[in-house]
Design a protein around this ligand. Sequence first.
Ligand code: HEM
Length: 319
Amino acid sequence: MSTEEGWTKEQLVERIRAKYKGEGLNPDTFMTGLLWSKPISYWDYINLDALLSLQVPRTIFPDEHVFIMYHQINELIFKMILHEIEQVAEHEGLDVAFFKSRVGRIARYFDMLVSSFSIMQHGMDIDQYMRYRNSLAPASGFQSAQYRLIELCSTDIENLIDNRFRKDYSEDWSYEDCFDKIYWQAAGVDHKTGEKSYTLEDFESKYMDRFIETAARYEDRNLYALYHKLDEEASGDEELRQVMRHLDYTVNIKWVMAHYSAARHYLNSGNTKAQATGGSEWEKYMLPRYQKRIFFPSLWTEAEIATWGVAAEEALEGG
Ligand code: HEM
């Protein structure tokens, strides 16, 4: 009888022995260990107890659970996205078929993040949110490092420079210069004094080294750079072009607008507009029209870039 791989049982045992020997280990020890090993369970395999012990609210409000868990789900999905990007970046002999399949996966993860954002907008009582949010300050989703890593691995750093300074970008800029002008500084720097907010300082002191390291590692292997490397084969592939455009639009318009809409739902619910926990001038800062974050600019026409996010904003105002 043969095994799933098509080997005889003897061949299978021989292969296992050869594997351990090849690693300089004694196969008999491992074969004996197998004899006494316990079968694995679902809960151990996915580390369920650890996962379900990570929800620790800071207040008495039940809806804070929704907020914490939904953020955790987002971070897990961000991790899945980074995992796919890594697969593409590390793939030897990358071809259009593999690239397209992985970009398609990433796009589906973002589709899910967009369609589920209504859990934030409609899934918590405004009263509860406006009370428990005070105990979160000065933390903010702004400090999600994985979100920034996704951006750094998706496009050239030039495309993440604050839209107001992007035209001044030069390849001579060091990574420090780039991060000094990166778009998110606008949410954390006081324009009059030039001082950084605590939220931004804290974020940068924890993650800046990792961001610089990632920007350097992905300089020639981010999704946009790899798309160019695949060049002729890729640019002739209309399906790939559409998947890339879908991803760009989903991240940089749809997700951003779903997020903005949820923020507005809560923060503008009172008589006065509430301050963001991260302290930004969030209403202006969050809109795609101002930030013009675009991962794959060569896939859009000049007119599409000029009106980036405008239709989505009008749809929100009209709806
Ligand atoms: C009721 C729900 C939410 C509200 C009211 C809200 C509000 C805000 C605001 C006002 C900002 C601007 C920065 C600041 O804090 O000053 C921000 C940034 C951010 N938030 Fe949220 N947020 C919500 C949910 C989420 C969720 C579920 C995520 C997913 C991880 C998230 C991720 C982010 C990210 C990545 C940024 C930075 C975006 C950028 O720089 O353009 N937020 N949020």
